[in-house]
Write a protein that binds this ligand. Structure first.
Ligand code: FAD
Length: 557
């Protein structure tokens, strides 16, 4: 074996696998054997995932203090907020990704990376089971085991189909860079197919009907990007069929962008109306066949609509191996890993979870909260008293301990704070609360947290040794006893919704709303600043400039 930190470091052990076969063992300490001072062994941190949570953790961790191994099926970090721009060629795929090894190299420490996926966590024995997608071991199955002292789970989530028939087979998703590339190719295929000589008008129309399911920020941004692509670029290249293009946006709730302020929702719906994007709210997609998408509305019943391409963007769900792990540790009834305020997975020694795998899915929570409200609002008045709100909250906390955690992390500790946030005044006990406003206040709890959690956790790990040597750490903020670290606190930094035509809506801290062309420039500056490296920053800015000068590329490659 060579002693470099590469995949060839795998030491084979017999009988370590539960299957009884030969299983490779990733032994990260084998470097220490030759030519290095033999101090006390460093504690092993294993990080699962190279997305927002995992990468931010690694960038902030003092990697000299630990023996760090990173495992992820993709060897890069992807800047997800720009994925909708990749679907139409506004930005190129390589401009939004940064190789993980480049990020690790910049840290200068001795961090190992294995391109593989974890398929089982054995928290009782502090081992994880992994499988390489590219290589193989002597047994041919590419499986290996990794030990840990601390495990940081940052594996994100998968697209959620809510078990709707036909979605998996017939829809495109927008979660990964590959998804965005597939969408880009397929949009062009639809245009080329619709241009073929032997098609009648109906078939051309069908091929050019683009359906986006899900009126959240991703679905809305994709619909807007596609509309810009069609009007600014493709209409010139396909003049004979451009009038047949139709974009439909289907949303089950009464409005799109429900997590945004009402002013933004209204502006977006009006703008899409003017642009000719067919926004269908109150429709639930129940089936997606090869040629037609079936949706349901209480007034109209089932409607089947022919389509050329459908993009499914209705939210996220738990990865199967995380569901298995949750069953193993008694969290089987939950939808995400439950952590405490220090991001430790409950009942699991040395295991931490950050990002989407530990964050509640807003759509589900809102559905449940609506249901709880419906039950609590016995007189159907649309308002609840403080006492009723307390009961509702208790019910929500039982179902979603994470909601309580996030309310705390936003320093919203009880009814009074919620009432203040929802009503914008400081009245306390006597106030009655409008349900819609209350839901809006609660909806703020599920924004992007992965990178803030990654940063927080890295800082805790950096101070861990100090804290062990000085156990009388800071007094816990609330509750009994002392704790070594302050609990995680989420800071809401606002959110954007690009709406096409160089217009963006933004909801910034303090409920500050900004909509229009100037906000689009704010969007450009924020996303240019937030890039993970100067390389991606330069690439993204040059892509934007290229698009302004030459338009988007329409080749099917
Ligand atoms: P991810 O970033 O998804 O990373 C998960 C990592 O785990 C990946 O590296 C993956 O390869 C790896 N992994 C998966 N399975 C395994 C396994 N079995 N073993 C090991 N590793 C595994 N949020 C915002 O705040 N603002 C936005 O504008 C915004 N826009 C978005 C646009 C799109 C199109 C999408 C899809 C998401 C957007 N989000 C946005 C949400 C944001 O991307 C997520 O909240 C964030 O990525 C969550 O970070 P994470 O680390 O939990 O997961």
């Amino acid at each position: 074996f060579n002693h470099r930190p590469t995949f060839t470091n795998l030491v084979l052990v017999l009988g370590a696998a539960s299957s009884g076969g030969l299983v490779a063992y990733a032994d990260s300490n084998s470097d220490d054997v030759v030519g290095k001072p033999q101090g006390p062994p460093k504690k092993k941190i294993v990080v699962l995932g190279t997305g927002w949570g995992g990468t931010t953790f690694l960038r902030n961790l003092d990697s000299r203090l630990y023996d760090v191994q990173v495992i992820s099926p993709r060897n890069y970090f992807a800047f997800t907020p720009l994925l909708p721009s990749v679907t139409c060629g506004t930005v190129e795929p390589r401009s939004v990704v940064e190789p993980i090894r480049r990020i690790l190299e910049k840290k200068g420490g001795d961090i190992k990376f294995w391109e593989a996926e974890c398929f089982k966590i054995d928290s009782a024995n502090k081992k994880i089971h992994c499988r390489s997608n590219i290589g193989t071991n002597l047994d041919g199955n590419g499986e290996f085991l990794v030990d840990y002292d601390y495990l940081v789970i940052a594996v994100g989530a998968r697209s959620n189909t809510f078990n709707t028939p036909g979605v998996e087979e017939n829809c495109f998703f927008l979660k990964e860079v590959e998804d965005a590339q597939k969408i880009r190719r397929n949009v062009m295929d639809c245009f080329e197919r619709a241009s073929l000589p032997y098609l009648d008008e109906e078939e051309r129309k069908k091929n050019l009907h683009f359906v986006v399911v899900g009126g959240g920020p991703t679905g809305v941004e994709f619909a807007a990007e596609l509309h810009d692509f069609v009007t600014e670029d493709l209409s010139k290249l396909y003049p004979s069929i451009q009038h047949l293009v139709k974009i439909s946006l289907i949303e089950a709730a009464d409005h799109i962008l429900t997590m945004f302020d009402k002013r933004i929702t209204e502006f977006a719906e009006d703008k899409f109306g003017r642009d000719g994007i067919d926004v269908k709210t109150g429709y639930k997609v129940v089936k997606v066949a090869k040629d037609a998408i079936t949706m349901q509305n209480p007034a109209t019943g089932d409607i089947a609509v022919p389509y050329g391409m459908a993009v499914w963007s209705t939210g996220i769900g738990t990865r199967p191996f995380i569901s298995e792990f949750m069953k193993q540790i008694g969290q089987g009834k939950r939808r995400v890993l439950a952590t405490d305020e220090w991001l430790r997975v409950r009942e699991c020694d040395g295991v931490y979870a950050v990002g989407d795998c530990a964050t509640i899915n807003q759509r589900r929570v809102m559905d449940d909260i609506s249901e709880i409200f419906r039950v609590a609002d016995k007189d159907n008045s649309g308002t609840l008293t403080v006492k009723e709100i307390q009961d509702v909250l208790d019910d929500i906390y039982v179902r979603y301990p994470q909601v309580e955690l996030y309310l705390k992390s936003r320093q919203m500790n009880g009814i009074a704070d919620l009432v203040r946030t929802a009503k914008g005044d400081a009245e306390k006990e006597s106030v009655e609360l409008n349900i819609e406003e209350f839901k809006k206040a609660l909806s703020l709890v599920d924004s992007q947290v992965a990178s803030q959690q990654g940063q927080y956790l890295a800082r805790c790990f950096n101070k861990m040794k100090d804290a062990e040597e000085n156990p009388e750490g800071p007094i816990r903020i609330r509750g009994e006893g002392r704790h070594r670290f302050r609990p995680f606190r989420y800071r809401h930094l606002g959110q954007f919704a690009p709406l096409g035509g160089e217009q963006t809506a933004a909801q910034l801290p303090g409920d500050w709303i900004s909509i229009g062309h100037s906000t689009q420039w704010l969007w450009y500056s924020v996303y240019a600043t937030k890039q993970i490296s100067w390389r991606t920053r330069a690439l993204v800015i040059s892509d934007w400039s290229r698009r302004f000068i030459f338009g988007r590329d329409s080749s099917c490659i």
